[in-house]
Design a protein around this ligand. Structure first.
Ligand code: FAD
Length: 497
């Protein structure tokens, strides 16, 4: 006799909802029966267009063809983020996804480079990173010979949800259109049992995934799981988004430009550019934010301004009873390092590993919640780093960030780097040494000392090694085509692959 399938109800059809449905049907479809509910009346948040390299790995795990996905979502490649005006007005640095120099186990590459600089070498750490140099030169290929580049994507969020929807429905996900009007719970266990839509349709389930966005309809409004507010560290609570026409070939990087109060993103797609300003209502009015954003657009507006409100923080438990919140329903960190879709993908991998196939799932839920908390806190601290390292004194906004108390693990990390140059990957292995070094040094936090291993070689030998490495980066750079040419060959928008 066939085993009964576990009935999964996905509430919400934004990026989180459709990524959930697609992943579950692709990897566990034989043992799950999946229904997704979404409401065209409510719509999706509709932003979320810059990603980080983990997205490529996730797509590979889920069997997504890169060329097909990119053509369907108007996507471009992303090698990092350029941060303008963060330390001081007029400054600029790139946090690239590439490795800087060569790995060594005892001391890090930047420490060898610092030794050479202390002995008269005049160059930049940037010269030792292919991805960073390629970004600046507007060049790209997925690999050179056997050497893959480390990259991510810029994508059209609405097209991405539609792409995932087509694939999910073709693979057997049932979609229900309608507004969730009521939620039923089993009085004994407290587990969710049924959703009723405004169309009168009822959907019963064993496991409910809350992808209803900021409101967290199931996890928050219905099950009453609280929200840990982090706005004392990350004050932004508003954004305005506007799409514009492209004025140039797409760059292979996102730009995050700091303003007097808030910052602005620029995300180039194949046929248009996504822009937006992130700000705090404590320091900037909506009118002034819109004026700042409009002043700094470089193409004609294609859409009316879209206003978004949010609260930075995390759901106290992302998994409670038989309900797991994924996406904005589980918490939100502003998009400075493009980490929200990443958090959806890691939530899904975690969920698939710990999936509640039986009712005895309290320990699985506890483990899931511990891992989720650690991950959110790690990313939160990395984002705080960008703000706290500012030297700007031109507004109350920057004064607040420059002088505020920061979480202790971050304060420790910054202090040890400033004194000794020591840096290590974070606890969830998301931001590697290279990421921390690029942002800390990019914003002017230069170590007072560096590791003595950098003096093991005679200085001329060290300089020769550095020079050979730099040459290898330049040779590789010379082989890369222009980013736009690579896209035109590999994944032009709208083309069936
Ligand atoms: P939503 O898109 O809000 O979807 C919610 C779904 O729930 C919708 O389908 C809606 O119809 C449905 N729903 C809600 N209530 C009901 C109901 N009662 N009945 C039926 N259906 C219902 N992430 C990145 O990775 N990179 C970025 O660059 C980035 N930029 C961002 C910029 C801003 C300003 C913001 C706010 C977010 C950004 N994000 C970014 C985050 C990203 O947009 C989200 O993580 C992602 O879109 C997932 O959203 P979601 O699916 O959880 O929610």
């Amino acid at each position: 006799m066939a085993q009964k399938k576990t009935r999964v109800v996905v509430a919400g059809g934004g990026t989180a909802g459709w990524l959930t449905a697609f992943s579950l049907v692709t990897r566990l479809g034989n043992v799950l029966d999946i229904t997704l509910v979404e409401s065209d009346q409510i719509g999706t948040v509709g932003v979320g267009e810059a990603t980080i390299p983990t997205m490529c790995n996730f797509h590979q795990l889920m069997g997504i063809n890169e060329q097909e996905f990119m053509a369907a979502t108007n996507a471009t490649f992303k090698l990092g983020i350029q941060f303008d005006n963060w330390a001081n007005d007029g400054d600029s640095y790139i946090h690239s996804f590439g490795e800087i120099g060569q790995r060594s186990w005892m001391a890090e590459f930047h420490e060898f480079w610092m030794e050479a600089v202390a002995n008269g070498q005049q160059d930049s750490l940037e010269d030792y990173c292919l991805e960073l140099k390629a970004a600046k030169a507007n060049k790209f290929a997925t690999k050179i010979g056997n050497r893959p580049l480390n990259f991510a994507y810029h994508l059209d969020a609405t097209a991405y949800a539609a792409y995932l929807r087509n694939k999910s429905e073709a693979a057997g996900v049932t979609r229900c259109e309608g507004k969730i009007q009521s939620v039923d719970t089993d009085p004994q266990s407290g587990n969710l049992t049924r959703l009723t839509l405004d169309t009168g349709i009822t959907i019963e389930g064993d496991v409910f995934i809350d992808c209803t966005g900021f409101r967290g309809l199931l996890i928050g409004e219905h099950l009453g799981v609280g929200y840990e507010d982090w706005s004392h560290w990350l004050a932004a609570d508003r954004a305005i988004a506007i799409q514009t026409q492209s004025t140039e070939a797409p760059k292979p990087y996102t730009i995050a430009t700091a303003h007097k109060a808030g910052w602005q993103w620029r995300i180039p797609l194949q046929s248009r550019v996504g822009n937006g300003i992130v700000y705090s209502s404590r320091y900037l009015s909506d009118e002034d934010a819109l004026a700042t954003l409009k002043q700094n657009l470089d193409g004609e507006m294609l859409t009316e301004p879209r206003y978004l409100k949010f609260k930075t923080g995390r759901r106290e438990k992302a998994w409670h009873k038989n309900c797991i919140a994924v996406g904005l329903a589980s918490g939100f960190l502003e998009p400075l390092e493009s980490t929200s879709i990443h958090l959806v993908t890691t939530a899904l991998i975690r969920l698939m590993k710990l999936f509640p196939f039986s009712n005895d799932h309290e320990l699985l839920a506890e483990q899931y919640n511990r891992e989720t908390q650690k991950e959110m806190e790690t990313i939160r601290d990395f984002i705080i780093l960008h703000y706290n390292l500012t030297k700007r004194t031109d507004s109350d906004f920057w004064d607040h960030y420059r002088t505020m108390d920061i979480p202790e693990p971050l304060a420790h990390r910054m202090a040890i780097f400033a004194q000794n140059g020591y840096v290590w990957p974070d606890d969830v292995a998301l931001f590697r040494v290279d990421s921390w070094v690029q942002v800390m040094m990019g914003q002017g936090l230069m170590p007072a000392q560096h590791h003595g291993a950098s003096r093991m070689l005679p200085i001329d030998g060290l300089k020769q090694q550095l020079s050979a490495f730099k040459q290898s980066v330049n040779n590789a750079l010379g082989q890369l085509p222009a980013h736009a040419d690579f896209i035109a060959r590999y994944c032009p928008a709208g083309e069936q692959v």
